[in-house]
Design a binder for this molecule. Structure first.
Ligand code: ATP
Length: 367
């Protein structure tokens, strides 16, 4: 059982405030991912949980007990680092067993645990090798094994997959997730890669400039981002933001994107925008909000715009087309081969009910 609680946790490095008043409750067995751009404070936050960095103020609690004065080795947490941190002169077996040796376990007891972990991580055949004779993926597996063998209350992961190639990364993230799901060990995982965050997390914490922007499940964060930063940071391909001026009144309110192109928006959304006090808005469009219009759909014109096709990226199962909406380039998800770069005057329909609207000044989500 391991519930981790952060209360108003802060970190100052001289004049730099790296982490600002972070509150977070991590449930027993939960997999929480801290994600954000470089310098957002995610590693500092993780290192404070591990005890490798002192906190400037606030509280970190494990099962209600403050860890502030507890030394790192007494926190019962195991950390997996980006650079693996293996002992180069030791074999895989010795690397795996090292933490247990420090605990005064018998040689046969250590050997049994090493074999058990090696079997789980498919390292059986590599036990007598030194780290330099392993591939990056194998090294990362040993690093995972070293954390696993200690049977800690909490796993802490600091960008553990960053040094692996793209294909291996996808494989390893599934392995880590499967392992964690079977062990149900409370885990905090730091990454700058939003795809890792989306695919691995029970809940995501999005950070920017040391501050929590939003905490939620991947679906919540993707579908209901609280501001334009979260909206554009999470999602692949990224959401495009297009600034638009609000015009019209009564039944028909439109967003004007420039160059004479506009979209009518549902009334309740228009009212919400007006209430938020904006004459303009940032419109957040994901590729799935923009589709190629087929003839049968031509009912209303308010949500359709006409554009040449700038570029097409074929993905196999679908394709992403770059098209122009007023002064902006936006993305449309289309069927493979449905459009070609250079196509003239194609019609695209926008899901004006689902697209995101943000306050032009604050970037906060409006509806
Ligand atoms: P990255 O993804 O690049 O590792 P990060 O989100 O993990 O970034 P941190 O390493 O936590 O960010 O750093 C947060 C801020 O604190 C940055 O502005 C960084 O320059 C600063 N910082 C981190 N460690 C120190 C230190 N020891 N002394 C001074 N400033 C530091």
């Amino acid at each position: 059982m391991a519930e981790l609680t952060l209360r108003a946790v802060e970190k100052h490095f001289g004049a730099v405030q790296a982490v600002k008043a972070v509150d977070l409750d991590v449930a027993d067995g939960e997999f929480v991912v801290l994600v954000g751009p470089s310098g957002c404070g995610k590693s500092t936050l993780l290192r404070m949980i591990a005890g490798l960095e002192e906190i400037s103020s606030g509280d970190i609690l494990l099962n209600g007990r403050s860890l502030n004065a507890v030394a790192p080795r007494d926190r019962d947490m195991a950390m997996v680092f980006q650079d693996y941190a293996l002992y180069p002169h030791m074999t895989v077996a010795e690397n795996l067993g090292f933490a247990l040796k420090m605990r005064d376990l018998s040689a046969s007891g250590i050997d049994r645990k090493v074999r058990e972990v090696a079997r789980i991580l498919e390292l059986d055949a590599l036990l007598q090798r030194k780290p330099r004779a392993l591939s990056g993926g194998q090294r990362q597996r040993v690093a995972l094994g070293r954390a696993l063998i200690r049977d800690p209350k909490v796993f802490l992961f600091d960008e553990p997959l960053s040094n692996l190639d793209a294909k291996l990364r996808v494989g390893m993230r599934m392995e880590i997730r499967k392992l964690q799901a079977s062990l149900r060990t409370t885990s905090i995982y730091v990454t700058h890669d939003q795809i890792e965050a989306m695919t691995m997390a029970d809940r995501i914490v999005v950070l920017k400039g040391g501050e929590v922007q939003q905490i939620g499940t991947p679906t919540e964060i993707y579908q209901r981002p609280v501001n334009s930063f979260v909206a554009t940071f999470i999602g692949s391909p990224p959401m495009t933001l297009a600034s638009a001026a609000l015009s019209g009144d009564g039944d028909r309110i439109t967003l004007d994107f420039g160059r004479g192109q506009s979209l009518a928006i549902p009334q309740e959304r228009a009212h919400a925008l007006k209430k938020a006090g904006g004459a303009s808005a940032q419109v957040g469009l994901r590729a799935e909000h923009v589709e190629l219009e087929s003839g049968a759909q031509s009912r209303s014109e308010g949500d359709v715009f006409v554009s040449d096709v700038v570029l097409v990226e074929e993905h196999g199962a679908d394709a992403i087309a770059v098209v122009r909406l007023g002064d902006h380039e936006v993305l449309a998800r289309v069927r493979p081969g449905a459009v070609r770069a250079g196509d003239k005057a194609r019609r695209f329909r926008v899901d004006t009910g689902a697209m995101h609207l943000f306050h032009a000044g604050t970037g906060q989500s409006v509806v």
